[in-house]
Design a binder for this molecule. Structure first.
Ligand SMILES: [Zn+2]
Ligand SMILES: [Zn+2]
Length: 84
């Protein structure tokens, strides 16, 4: 049985990177998203940053939003890229 990610509720396949810093069942991107915040939050446009948007982009899945946030975060923290 394939466990579902606790963030996006999609299966975490054994071929996909698993979040390294937790024992919870999480995709790597979802684990990072849960720590660093959504794409709009990273861009400073969400309500908690004084903007008007939700922390994650509208009109996408939780999984996809996490991947977008992880991608944006890694782009700003290139030194973290080697750890995969
Ligand atoms: Zn996930
Ligand atoms: Zn924010």
């Amino acid at each position: 049985m394939i466990p579902n990610c606790q963030w996006c509720d999609e299966p975490v396949l054994s071929t996909e990177p698993h979040a390294p810093f937790t024992t919870a069942t999480l995709h790597w991107e979802c684990g990072l998203r849960s720590v660093v915040g959504g794409l709009n939050h990273l861009n400073g446009t969400c309500t908690c940053c004084g903007g008007t948007r939700p922390p994650d982009p509208e009109g996408t899945t939780r999984r996809r939003a996490a991947q977008m946030a992880a991608q944006a975060w890694v782009a700003r923290h290139p030194e973290q890229n080697n750890k995969q």
